[in-house]
Design a protein. Structure first.
Length: 277
């Protein structure tokens, strides 16, 4: 059966002046469901809500149904920021046009029968082209007026601190592990893995170091998402890698790093647009 692919080049909407009653909805979709929160002026750390599908094989059906019936999600939001954790992606130079990127992505294994192909910019001179459910995209555009879509990699690239040191960043969200490596202020590696058990996290981390010929005694490792100091896997990583620390001290913010930083990613996109104009 042929898959239908639709390519969207995302247009980012200029940010309007907020009022005290203005709310922004952030949604982060992963293989197990989605998380969401409201961002409102003068809020410190928004409360995170979570929906998990009952059957992964029915992901589209269950997620769309929840979007339709959940009254918390049916408000009139000024803006809606959508984060997508998708292993169906390619990073390409920003000189590539949409057609070339579409051809490259078709060599990957798609996750859905009908795929929407989206593209977005990063601050590294790279575009990320990625796929998700066409049914999901259609439903989100139906429910909300102003929607911005981001791959989770865009959030990391646009928010993590980049230095001239060798740094490996680990971000865990609902059994999806993102690994990012920077060296000499340049992106050396990015990939997204399925981590069903703690051993998967250790394996992919050490395998990445081996493939890139990086030393576990010298590399700086920073953790995000569910990789908290009180977890067993965090303590295990410290046994194998000398320099391990969380990316920030605020554990509540850190645990939902990608979700909370969706709006900051929107600001980064606006800056990129200004630089081009």
């Amino acid at each position: 059966m042929f898959r239908k692919n639709y390519l969207y080049t995302l247009k980012f909407i200029a940010i309007s002046t907020k009022t005290e009653n203005t709310q922004t909805l952030n949604l982060l979709f992963d293989k197990e469901g989605f998380s969401y929160c409201y961002e409102k002026p003068n809020y410190d750390v928004p409360k995170v809500h979570r929906f998990n599908v009952q059957y992964v094989s029915q992901w589209e059906k269950e997620v769309i149904q929840e979007l339709e019936v959940n009254l918390r999600l049916r408000r009139n939001f000024e803006r809606v920021n959508i984060g997508l954790i998708s292993s169906f992606f390619n990073l390409v130079p920003n000189s590539y046009d949409d057609l070339e990127a579409d051809v490259l992505l078709n060599f990957s294994e798609a996750e859905f029968e009908n795929n929407a192909l989206l593209s977005g910019e990063t601050n590294l001179g790279l575009n990320i082209v990625y796929g998700t459910s066409q049914l999901l995209i259609d439903k989100l555009n139906e429910l909300y007026k102003e929607v911005n879509f981001y791959h989770s990699a865009q959030v990391l690239f646009n928010t993590i601190e980049i230095t001239d040191q060798e740094v490996l960043h680990l971000n865990l969200n609902s059994k999806s592990l993102e690994i990012v490596v920077f060296k000499d202020e340049k992106l050396l590696f990015y990939n997204l893995f399925e981590a069903l058990v703690d051993e998967d996290i250790l394996f992919y981390t050490l395998f990445t170091l081996e493939q890139l010929n990086l030393s576990a005694n010298e590399i700086q490792l920073k953790t995000y998402g569910e990789l908290m100091p009180n977890t067993k896997v965090y303590q295990t990583l410290k046994k194998y890698i000398r320099h391990v620390k969380t990316a920030m001290k605020d554990e509540e913010f850190l645990e939902n790093y990608t979700l909370y930083n969706l709006e900051k990613c929107e600001l980064s996109q606006e800056l990129l647009k200004e630089e081009k104009s």
